[in-house]
Design a protein around this ligand. Structure first.
Ligand code: F0G
Length: 482
């Protein structure tokens, strides 16, 4: 992998693409942003993009597509069964992920549903490096439980550990012995562990997990949604792979798993999802569930156009100049914020920049959702839409009690090839202003709390008139600027 250096010595992430189709975005006045917050129940999921300036909610389905992806959509083969588009996708999965059997699904959580339907029952325990919201919801929905087995350093915000997503191998073996291997349908490894700040695991760690899986005869499931970025960081950070390439690292990772699943909304800058395996037994165990829940086996709920874009997007994951764009912008923003003493998850990971609301809003108790409050406040002062990744995104326990998250984060997603560096600098500027005025941010409480995945649909309200005070201070400092 080669980096492009500047003569000036400045460390800038240089875009290796050009914009050919663009979309206009609007920065509406702060008064309108405040109204929008009330309309959306102070939940950034409930905002309307008409009011959003930089949409950093997620990288899911929002990565920029390439010209080749768009072109491929024009020769899609519309057929209920046996579509050539699916054959092309199967070939891409085999070439890139090294798996010959593919079950198509409409997105990542559909794969999680099918895997849970097939393997999880009451009393099952699924060990994982860390949960993802939808993965956990599907497992608990089928009566199972999860065990999160990260090393302690994963929870250290200001860290330089290169692989905070590593599974704690000693704890994994302990849990298996305690629970009994027969009650563990699979071990789940999530590439670029999302909820702790998009942090990768190392190849060595995955090999160690594989060894334990073999020892106790347990399936190893790899969530590949952010596989490309994890592979990229292995190339950058793991000595053994410093002269390797994306294709080799990706295959080495998927080779270690019995079953790979992914959200194509992330992995291949498209839509859709899939489950891939080389085991005919696993394929047979899941096969019947695809037509039952998703659609016929050669489209799985996706349009054939998406399938074509997914196939091309998968091949593009092998190009490190494409994959590096998002992590290098993230690194830039993390380093700039860190220089100013603003608490962010370090080292920079993938997917986005993660502000540490536990520190920034240390005056707001977890029961008043510091990360949700910070996300709402940031939208108010900038039009930047981030995502709460803290206690609001947690689900209540089986007795209905709040469970407080290990980390209270606001994620500012940086989808691939979408934003320019001046937009990133705007984010840096407004986050800095908000950090300096953080004392004005107050808490939130639910006034509508749905029982499942409450962070998507829930509505909240501020505990007092803090948003009005923040708006007044903004006007004082920025005058009539948007
Ligand atoms: N696994 C991981 C690691 C994910 O990040 C996601 C989605 C899924 C599974 C589920 O896939 O959305 O296609 O059903 N993450 C999105 C996000 C929602 O914003 O981080 P999906």
């Amino acid at each position: 992998m080669q980096e492009i250096k500047f003569y000036s010595g400045e460390k800038l992430p240089l875009e290796q693409h050009k914009a050919r189709i663009v979309q206009k975005i609007n920065l509406v006045p702060i008064e309108r942003r405040l109204e929008a917050l009330y309309e959306g129940g102070f939940n950034t999921f409930q905002l309307n993009t008409r009011d959003v300036f930089l949409d950093m909610l997620t990288d899911s389905g929002t990565n920029a597509m390439s010209d080749n992806q768009l072109a491929s959509m024009m020769h899609a083969d519309d057929a209920y069964a046996g579509s050539q588009s699916f054959i092309r996708l199967q070939k891409a999965v085999e070439d890139v992920l090294g798996k010959k059997y593919l079950l198509p699904v409409h997105q990542g959580r559909a794969a999680e549903n099918l895997i849970s339907v097939a393997y999880v029952k009451k009393g099952s325990l699924v060990p994982m490096n860390y949960h993802f919201t939808t993965a956990m919801a599907h497992i608990t929905d089928k009566g199972g439980q999860i065990a999160e087995l990260l090393y302690d350093e994963a929870y250290v915000v200001n860290s330089s550990h290169p692989f905070k997503g590593n599974m704690n191998i000693e704890k994994l073996e302990e849990v298996i012995i305690q629970k009994g291997a027969k009650n563990i349908p699979f071990i789940r490894m999530e590439a670029s562990t999302n909820l702790i700040g998009g942090q990768p695991f190392s190849m060595q760690n995955l090999r160690d997990v594989r060894a334990i899986a073999d020892k106790y005869q347990i399936r190893l499931v790899l969530d590949c949604s952010l596989l490309g970025e994890n592979a990229f960081l292995i190339l950058e950070r793991e000595e053994e792979f410093k002269d390797s390439d994306m294709g080799t690292v990706i295959k080495a990772m998927t080779d270690l798993a019995d079953l790979c699943y992914f959200s194509a909304r992330k992995l291949s800058s498209s839509r859709g999802g899939g489950i891939a395996t080389n085991s005919i037994e696993i394929y047979r165990e899941l096969e019947a569930l695809v037509p039952l829940y998703e659609g016929f086996l050669t489209y799985g709920g996706m349009s054939v156009r998406e399938i074509e874009a997914m196939a091309v997007g998968l091949y593009e994951t092998l190009d490190d100049s494409i994959i590096r764009q998002s992590p290098s912008f993230i690194k830039y923003l993390v380093e700039e914020l860190d220089k100013k003493g603003i608490p962010v998850i370090k080292p920079a990971g993938v997917l986005g920049v993660h502000l540490d609301a536990m520190q920034i809003c240390s005056h707001i108790p977890q029961s008043r959702y510091p990360a949700g409050s910070l996300a709402a406040a940031l939208f108010l002062v900038s039009g930047v839409r981030g995502m709460e990744r803290g206690s609001m995104s947690n689900q209540r326990d089986e007795y209905g009690n709040e469970t407080f998250a290990d980390m209270e984060l606001v994620r500012l997603a940086i989808p691939r090839r979408v934003f320019t560096l001046s937009q990133i600098k705007y984010v840096e500027d407004r986050v800095t202003w908000l950090y300096e005025n953080r004392g004005l941010i107050g808490g939130l409480k639910f006034n509508y709390e749905p029982p499942v995945l409450r962070f998507f649909m829930g509505k909240l309200e501020p505990v007092n008139n803090w948003p009005q005070k923040l708006l007044a201070k903004f006007k004082e400092d920025f005058g009539d600027s948007l």
